[in-house]
Design a protein around this ligand. Structure first.
Ligand code: DNO
Length: 392
């Protein structure tokens, strides 16, 4: 597999030089400052590509070309925004960048209640705690209909939890949930978040899925024409939050997306962490079933708890059999190679890492520590080399 590493651009404190020292070969990045739906200018793409290549690396995957909210809801400027999207794909293809990861989550991107949950070994992990989430959703945000979305015991536990929370704990929880938004289009406060939720009030799951398929039917022909592979990232977490419709949370969702617009350019990002946070998803089975449609892999693990909460585990620990997933992806690579395909290698990146050793206390994008990810990549590299040596 092609070993890649996410880089957030020149402001990332984990620099290109560090990525080389981690022995990753490819970079996963985006023009993060152009995240409002405008078309990406060719010059800026080429400039960023040159910076990456000057460091001895290759820009292998774009993550993400953001899908604007107007496109998701098919309101406002969505027609122009889809044209912009097509134009970004053409410009990326012209620069030789052929894999694009994106998501179709309403309003939110990945969501955690805690960005530095302590681990027994002294490091920290990202965590989604359902009681904290419920406390915010039902008792602080006071979202209409929220009570119906949570079991009574959770709401009761949430009341006690909220009472024990200091003002600063609560402010932090709110920032984690709606204010601090990794690569999202909008930074919300409570009022603006309520207004954003309101836009989705009458949107059914089916309606939302129709909007995704309608979008794909417009952009996939362009992607196919210019040789770009689109790889949709799953919902994180893979179940509804804030009452929003979810359409990329399960094996059935993935199958519907592929069937809705069949094309070699319409594929998946197999994010083992995002899908893996749902007890309904069997990752090795999904890796085998969707093998030929997987254009990109995010490899990380989660440990789920009885109430649906979860935290990010070490890459080879947690609930997903990572070795079985990697083995399925490598079998697919051998199949592609046997077909004579030049693009047989599936890019993977160690997704998220714990904060450990010198990561602790450093200013990095939450989840994107240097040493924690280095540890994840090193472990995964060991798995890949061993599978290879054993002939699959
Ligand atoms: C989290 C990431 C996601 C992902 C987007 C893709 O760390 O995996 O934010 O980049 O959802 O659009």
């Amino acid at each position: 597999m092609k070993q890649t590493w996410r880089w957030f651009g020149p402001d990332d404190s984990v620099a290109l030089a560090h990525i080389r020292q981690a022995s990753a070969k490819g970079v996963v990045t985006a023009l993060h400052h152009l995240n409002d739906g405008r078309a990406w200018p060719a010059e800026e793409i080429l400039e960023r590509k040159a910076t990456i290549e000057a460091a001895g690396l290759e820009w292998r995957v774009v993550e993400s070309v953001i899908v604007h909210e107007d496109i998701k809801t098919r309101t406002g400027r969505y027609r122009d925004l889809i044209d912009n999207y097509k134009s970004s794909l053409r410009a990326l293809a012209a620069a030789g960048i052929d894999t694009v990861c994106y998501n179709f989550m309403a309003i939110t991107d990945w969501t955690r209640t805690d960005l530095d949950a302590p681990l027994p070994h002294g490091g920290t992990a990202l965590r989604f705690d359902f009681v904290d989430f419920c406390a915010y959703d039902v008792l602080v945000l006071k979202r209409a209909d929220a009570e119906g979305d949570h079991p009574a015991e959770r709401i009761e536990a949430a009341r006690a939890r909220l009472q024990a929370m200091s003002n600063s704990d609560l402010a932090k929880l709110e920032t984690n949930l709606i204010g601090w938004v990794p690569a999202r289009e909008f930074i919300h406060d409570r009022e603006s978040f309520r207004r954003a939720l309101d836009v989705y009030r009458d949107m059914s799951v089916e309606g939302f899925r129709d909007n995704l398929i309608a979008f794909l039917r417009e952009i996939i022909p362009v992607a196919e024409e210019v040789g770009v592979r689109m790889a949709i990232h799953p919902d994180d977490p893979p179940f509804p939050i804030f009452g929003l419709p979810r359409v990329v949370s399960s094996e059935a969702d993935a199958a519907a997306i592929l069937a809705g617009c069949p094309s070699p350019s319409n594929g998946l990002t197999l994010c083992t962490g995002s899908y893996g946070a749902g007890a309904h998803n069997d990752l090795p089975a999904m890796a085998r079933r969707f093998a030929s449609d997987i254009h990109f892999a995010h490899l990380r693990n989660v440990t789920k708890e009885a109430d649906g909460s979860f935290h990010e585990a070490e890459h080879l620990e947690g609930d997903t059999d990572m070795i079985a997933v990697v083995r399925a992806l490598m079998a697919e690579e051998r199949r592609r190679k046997a077909e004579g395909r030049a693009d047989w290698e599936i890019p993977m990146r160690p997704d998220h890492g714990h904060a450990i050793v010198d990561d602790i206390g450093k200013r990095v994008n939450p989840g994107y520590s240097c040493i924690g990810r280095l540890k994840g990549l090193a472990e995964l590299r060991g798995v890949m080399r061993t599978i290879d040596a054993l002939g699959g």
